[in-house]
Design a protein around this ligand. Structure first.
Ligand code: DGJ
Length: 728
């Protein structure tokens, strides 16, 4: 619910459990007054205090009032160059060459439903579950208007933000920075949690008390990156899974980003998040506008677990657009780790013949089916079926798979080009490169200039022909290197700072086009595994390959970190072979299945090399997953332990919305003789109900939550358990 107090110019956004408030003050500066647990309302600006602070400049309107300074007041959207020395959200280069921004309140507008952003990912909501507030600010000297958009999803405790800058003057302006969200809090006794790592070990939570000065994460790779994720948390120092005030901020953006927090001199905190200014400078001609990507804020007054569950539900129901909406996505098998480039049509048909009777429903043909692609040094850009491997093309192969009762999916990497390709030989200037420099290769490939429409159109034309040639129901959209040598032959020198963002917009445009042309196709995102795992991509690709690391034990950590923001249904997870291809670790098939069920669940191994006993187990796993699909994919997710804490096991739990069903999963990660007895305390159950566990013994919900479930003594490395609880 949005409450506008026009007289006092107080704007209050209520969600079910939270309140967010701003006020345009006596100098028309838009101040942030409060964000936290839900309050009745009223003007909360008395929480802001004023004092004469040395070295904090006072704007001209304040006259001789030395207690009024932009540098000390909580700003709703921070500026620069005119007296606030903390992190700016907006930086304009004025026609005279100065860099600054100075914003004053002009008007506000309330709209039913949720605003949309053209060409950008955004949460969606109807009049029934969302409202929009647009606050317009102006920078008189720059002759620019800045519209702040707020989408309020009451039932999801979600507030989305977007920013549109309009050049109302007669001369060009340059945007040097335009963040998506700014959050000023009147306290600094907070922890900052970021999600960091590297290729194959993505999104490990990194938690530290907020210090004085600027700290944070970002990416300058042109993708959201394996290294840092565009999602951060600020929380009470003692917040844990079940307790404490927590703020989550996610950026719906898949390119270079920055998320910075600043502990400032008077113990306030400012968080800003948006496109990384390092590679960004956008020229706005008179009358033109620029829209920054959407940011999303959630606040949980009751711990990190609740914060995640709010985000999961919002992302599942109000961000992801799933062709399998309300239905079950198929259990897939992918040939990558089983064959790499060494496959042909007969081998794939053999895979399908073995996999179909096990209950596997979709065969995904990974990299290597096109052009001259027998290793990763050639072929990218030539999206034409390699008939030496697949005689008769997909028209011949796909019906053979379908006859076996399976559907068919395909891998693509549209943004890339190999120098050894027809495309590159014909259009070398289509690859990103800086004149006079030889571009750096990554995985021996170059990046196509997706900021250029003609490049996108050419690539999409080829891919569309392939997708139209046979019954394809799934696409894995991969992207295997970072952007370097960023320069576009299609833009003038003063616009080169637009290339990275135009590239991302180009990717979004092609994804949207593919969704439009092939609405039945499930697109899985991928960037060397989890290098572009962000809320922006999830708008186009309902699931994302979580990591190139398929080792079940490493995945416990990767999926744990990922779960802070992203729902199970978004997390691409496969059972692969043992010893694992990435680290050689041996794990039981049961455990690999248990871990893959904290994600989308599928297989990535040669089913023909699996023993009959293991095939039987695969059959049981697939059947179990299908039977409990709703609970696993849409249930409320509880982290029961932290795999980074070094305990004897990692456990998690999914609970149905009516709390009558739950699935508890546990993987033992360290083993010793004479182990102590352990009990596992469950969460989210109905204390008044009694639950039967795996069809046997029954236990009261309150006992399971307060005293715990007595764990059996596990023998052998990396054993796992799944407990299916049903209320009786
Ligand atoms: C990286 C992906 O993450 C893998 O799953 C696989 O698709 C390879 N690329 C193929 O080149």
């Amino acid at each position: 619910m949005i409450v506008l107090d026009q007289e006092n110019r107080v704007f209050t956004l209520h969600t079910q459990n939270t309140t967010y408030q701003m006020k345009a003050d006596r100098h028309n500066v838009l101040l942030h007054t409060y964000y936290g647990p839900r309050l009745a309302g009223g003007d909360l600006s008395y929480l802001i205090r004023y004092a004469d602070r040395a070295c904090a400049p006072n704007p001209a309107e304040a006259g001789l009032d030395r207690t009024y300074s932009l540098d000390t007041l909580p700003q709703e959207y921070s500026t620069c160059g005119v007296g606030d020395f903390r992190l700016p959200s907006l930086e304009l280069e004025l026609p005279g060459g100065s860099c600054s921004a100075d914003l004053r309140y002009v008007r506000c507008e309330l709209r039913g439903g949720k605003y949309a952003l053209e060409g950008l990912p955004a949460f969606h909501g109807s009049r029934a579950d969302a409202e929009t507030l647009v606050i317009t600010l102006e920078d008189a000297a720059a002759q620019a208007e800045v519209e702040l958009y707020y989408g309020v999803f009451e039932g999801y405790d979600l507030i989305t933000r977007a920013v549109r800058v309009v050049n109302r003057g007669g001369q060009a302006l340059r945007l040097r920075r335009c963040d998506s969200l700014c959050l000023d809090l009147l306290r600094s006794d907070l922890d900052l949690i970021t999600f960091d790592g590297c290729h194959m070990m993505e999104r490990a939570p990194d938690r530290a008390p907020l210090r004085s000065g600027v700290q944070g994460v970002g990416s300058a790779r042109g993708t959201s990156s394996h290294q840092h994720n565009p999602f951060v948390i600020l929380c009470d120092r003692d917040a844990n899974e079940d307790y404490g005030l927590c703020y989550g901020a996610a950026l719906l953006y898949s390119g270079s980003f920055q998320a910075l927090a600043e502990g400032s001199q008077y113990d306030n905190t400012r968080l800003v998040m948006g496109i990384n200014p390092l590679q960004f400078c956008w020229t706005l001609e008179p009358g033109q506008s620029f829209t920054a990507p959407e940011g999303a804020l959630v606040c949980s007054p009751s711990g990190l677990g609740q914060l995640s569950r709010q985000l999961h539900r919002a992302i599942r129901e109000r961000l992801i657009r799933d062709p399998y909406e309300g239905k079950r996505r198929p259990v897939l098998i992918n040939n990558w780790e089983a064959t790499y480039f060494d496959f042909d049509a007969d081998k794939l048909v053999d895979f399908a013949k073995t996999a179909a009777p096990l209950g596997i429903e979709l065969l995904v043909m990974d990299d290597g089916w096109f052009g001259k692609r027998n290793d990763d040094n050639s072929g990218l850009g030539d999206w034409v079926v390699n008939e030496e491997k697949l005689p008769g093309g997909l028209e011949a192969l796909v019906p053979r798979i379908q006859e076996l009762g399976m559907s068919f999916g395909i891998w693509i990497e549209p943004e890339m080009v190999s120098e050894d390709s027809q495309l590159y030989r014909e259009h070398p200037d289509w690859a990103l490169h800086i004149p006079g420099r030889s571009p750096a290769r990554g995985r021996n490939q170059l990046v196509l200039d997706f900021s250029r429409p003609e490049v996108r159109q050419h690539v999409y034309g080829q891919i569309k022909a392939v997708l139209s040639s046979a019954g394809i129901s799934y696409v894995k959209w991969d992207m295997n290197r970072s952007l370097s040598d960023v320069w576009s032959a299609a833009l003038p020198p003063q616009r080169q700072g637009e290339v990275c963002h135009r590239y991302v917009l180009g990717v979004y445009e092609m994804l949207e086009q593919m969704r439009r042309d092939f609405p039945h196709i499930l697109i899985e995102g991928c960037a060397g595994g989890g290098g572009r795992f962000d809320a922006g991509m999830l708008y186009y690709t309902p699931q994302i390959w979580c990591s190139d690391n398929t080792d079940a034990i490493d995945r416990l950590r990767i999926q744990y970190g990922t779960s802070f923001c992203y729902p199970v249904s978004a997390v691409g997870a496969h059972v692969s072979t043992s010893p694992n291809e990435e680290n050689g670790r041996l794990t039981p098939l049961e455990t690999r299945g248990t871990v893959a069920m904290a994600g989308t669940f599928g297989y990535e191994l040669d089913p023909r090399k699996v023993s009959p006993q293991e095939q039987e187990l695969m059959k049981e796993q697939a059947a179990f997953f299908k039977e409990h699909y709703d609970l696993i994919q849409r249930g409320d997710y509880y982290r029961l332990s932290d795999p980074f804490a070094g305990g004897p096991y990692t456990a998690w739990e999914q609970v149905s919305a009516d709390r009558r069903e739950a699935l508890v999963s546990l993987v033992s990660t360290s083993l010793r003789a004479a182990p102590p007895f352990q009990t596992l305390r469950l969460k989210g159950l109905d204390p008044a109900l009694t639950y039967q566990v795996n069809g046997g013994e029954a236990y009261p919900g309150d006992v399971l939550m307060s005293a715990g479930f007595p764990l059996p003594l596990l023998r052998g490395d990396y054993q796992s358990m799944q407990l299916y609880l049903r209320a009786i």
